[in-house]
Design a protein around this ligand. Structure first.
Ligand code: UDP
Length: 325
């Protein structure tokens, strides 16, 4: 099986590439390296440096590599940034995704896995959130992924492309060799660990007046390897039809609980200060993942927040400066 992975040099993409390689798949990574890292790409995968905004470059990589399926991770992915730059988020994510999907149709490639998001749900009506929750994105980022899900639904109807949209809750943790390295970093767990590493004085908590048990936002953190496994299972199931899944552990942790867990894992006091709310942040997002558990027998291997943070901490200690550029 040959799989093209867009964004395979990024955080979730690179760990999925690693796990795909372990299954014996042939992997081609297509990444413009604007946010990803060359060193994150597994050495057994082929890296093609190219941009999804460049339709000719996509046509070229599909024509020359002829993959059986595409996993599409490449995207702008920050809720907060998308509230400041809505057109860039919707423009880039939708245009690049559409370029890819159109080119795949032209090249007769009919298997697609989309990195979708819990940000589709804004302020959900029911928690934990299952696949029947109404979709009202809370940010332009979430909206861009919703548009891609809709484009895929039509591409299935009109062209028979089979797809799975995997709505990730909060991807976190690391494998032995691959972890989270963004520049600048905006995500909670790596920022907290940077405090433990002495790279930052303190972590700012974005709001403590949410309607949650301690006033800070609740999220469902899912280990990156469990997330990667879900992609592999979803790909294997596409012959039976397209599908969407919400992917999380089902248990929510507040920002303060994440910081407390990191204190236990690292032995560092991790000072925190209270700050303003971050625009676009819903109070609580936790997943009801019973559908993927039942249909694909997906079972998280690392459901405990402690183990997730511990894996990230081990990676940060092994690679204190992240990936070399
Ligand atoms: N958060 C925070 N301080 C930070 C970064 C994040 O309090 O410096 C909070 C953020 O408001 C959210 C949670 O931590 O409630 C997780 O944020 P992250 O950016 O990691 O992921 P997101 O939920 O946006 O996908």
């Amino acid at each position: 099986m040959k799989i093209l992975v867009t964004g395979g040099a990024g955080y979730i993409g690179s760990v999925t590439v690693e796990q795909l390689v372990h299954t014996g798949a042939e992997v081609v990574v297509f990444d413009n390296l604007s946010l990803g890292h060359r060193a994150a790409v597994h050495p057994d995968a082929t890296l093609v440096v190219g941009d999804l905004a460049d339709r000719a470059a996509i046509d070229d990589v599909l024509a020359t590599t002829k993959p059986d399926a595409v996993m599409h991770f490449a995207a702008r992915s920050q809720v907060g940034e998308s509230m400041r730059e809505p057109f860039r988020y919707i423009g880039d994510n939708v245009t690049c995704g559409l370029n890819l999907i159109e080119s795949m149709v032209e090249h007769g490639i009919g298997r697609f896995i989309l990195s979708s998001t819990a940000a589709l749900f804004g302020e959900p009506q029911t928690i934990p959130i299952d696949e029947n929750e109404r979709i009202v994105p809370g940010s332009p980022y979430g909206e861009s992924k919703h548009m891609l899900e809709r484009i895929l639904a039509w591409t299935d109807k009109v062209h028979g492309m089979r797809y799975a949209a995997l709505r990730y809750f909060n991807a976190a943790g690391a494998s032995e060799q691959r972890g989270e390295h963004h520049d600048p970093e905006t995500h909670l767990i790596p920022l907290v660990l940077q405090v433990a590493q002495g790279k930052r004085e303190a972590i700012t908590v974005f709001g403590d007046d949410y309607p949650t048990r301690d006033g800070t936002c609740i999220r469902d953190y899912i280990h990156i390897i469990d997330l990667a496994q879900a992609h592999i299972l979803a790909l294997g199931a596409l012959d039976e039809g397209s599908r969407v899944y919400n992917l999380g552990n089902g248990e929510g942790f507040s920002v303060m609980e994440v910081i407390e867990t990191a204190r236990t894992v690292t032995g560092h006091p991790i000072p925190h200060t209270m700050g303003e709310r971050r625009p676009g942040d819903p109070a609580a997002l936790t997943a009801d993942s019973r559908k993927i558990r039942a249909e694909l027998q997906w079972t998280p291997r690392f459901p405990k927040l402690h183990d997730i943070v511990d894996s990230a901490w081990r990676w940060h200690q092994a690679f204190p400066s992240g990936y070399p550029e």
